[in-house]
Design a protein around this ligand. Structure first.
Ligand code: 5FU
Length: 265
């Protein structure tokens, strides 16, 4: 059902502020593209984000790979988020007991909860991981995604594990806003489905990653957000800005076209 409704109509159904803002801005900006920026220098990260900013609804970070992380990086990230109107998703993949993840989310060098609108967690520890993260994130209006499936070959997140992840999310609808998954699941509830492993030019990376096109992901599988990394920024610390901008627009257009077709607009 959620797959044929517009992002704007679905926004109204969410009490969680991060989910609501994301759906509203996807509609406003006409984009279901999340760019994953997996570079290791602060200057490269900010340069690429500034280049893709106009095309994206969400920027995904792996903040622990940045070698020169500092407080100023967080300020600049927040500035770019306002300048270009996108949300921030730290792909932290928490996977410990509730007490530990609460500390990892709020403390340490990165203080993820203070700047990341959305983060994610593996369901493997059981529901305590949600309770722990919610104790920090919910008062701040943050949203959590559970990793119900993965894009990599041979993933163990399948079958009964995926079903258990969905049940855990159903029991915590106020904080769990959706999944990292490869497809939309059956059911009456509206969950956001964010999908990595998206590429237009290659099928894999030689290290287990598997790519599908935006059309397969959004139209055929009913997912909501395409997550694209190297297909947009290129290799290493990233291609030239013009190339990155053109690639981001190319993926945005593909993703949006598939969404319009799916929703009959
Ligand atoms: F949960 C997942 C998953 O199942 N597959 C992924 O690829 C997360 N990812 C992330 O998406 C991964 O950590 C990268 O940050 C990104 C994909 O990057 P790519 O360059 O488009 O392959």
């Amino acid at each position: 059902m959620a797959s044929t409704k517009t992002y704007a109509a679905r926004a109204e159904g969410y009490a969680n502020p991060a989910a609501r803002s994301l759906l509203e801005l996807m509609d406003r900006k006409k984009t279901n593209l999340c760019v994953s920026v997996d570079v290791t220098r602060k200057s490269s990260l900010l340069r690429i984000i500034d280049a893709v900013g106009p095309s994206v609804c969400l920027v995904k970070t792996h903040i622990d790979i940045i070698e020169d992380f500092d407080e100023d990086l967080v300020s600049q990230l927040q500035h770019l988020s306002s300048k270009h109107d996108f949300l921030i998703f730290e792909d932290r993949k928490f996977a410990d007991i509730g007490n530990t993840v609460a500390l990892q989310y709020s403390r340490g060098v990165h203080r993820i909860a203070s700047w990341s609108h959305i983060t994610n967690a593996h369901p493997v520890p059981g529901p305590g991981i949600i309770t722990g993260l919610a104790s920090i994130g919910q008062p701040l209006g943050r949203g959590l995604l559970l990793l119900a499936e993965m894009s990599s070959a041979g993933t163990l997140a399948a079958g009964a594990y995926t079903s258990a992840a969905i049940d855990m999310a159903r029991a915590h609808r106020d904080f769990v806003i959706g999944f990292i998954a490869m497809k939309r699941f059956d059911g009456q509830e509206d969950f956001l489905i964010l999908t990595p492993g998206v590429g237009l030019d290659v099928k894999g990376d030689g290290m287990g990653q598997q790519y599908r096109t935006p059309r397969e992901v959004i139209l055929d599988r009913g997912c909501d957000v395409i997550i694209v990394g190297r297909g947009i920024y290129g290799k290493g610390e990233g291609s030239d800005d013009d190339v990155i901008k053109a690639q981001a627009e190319r993926y945005r257009e593909e993703g949006w076209k598939a969404y319009l077709e799916r929703t009959g607009q």
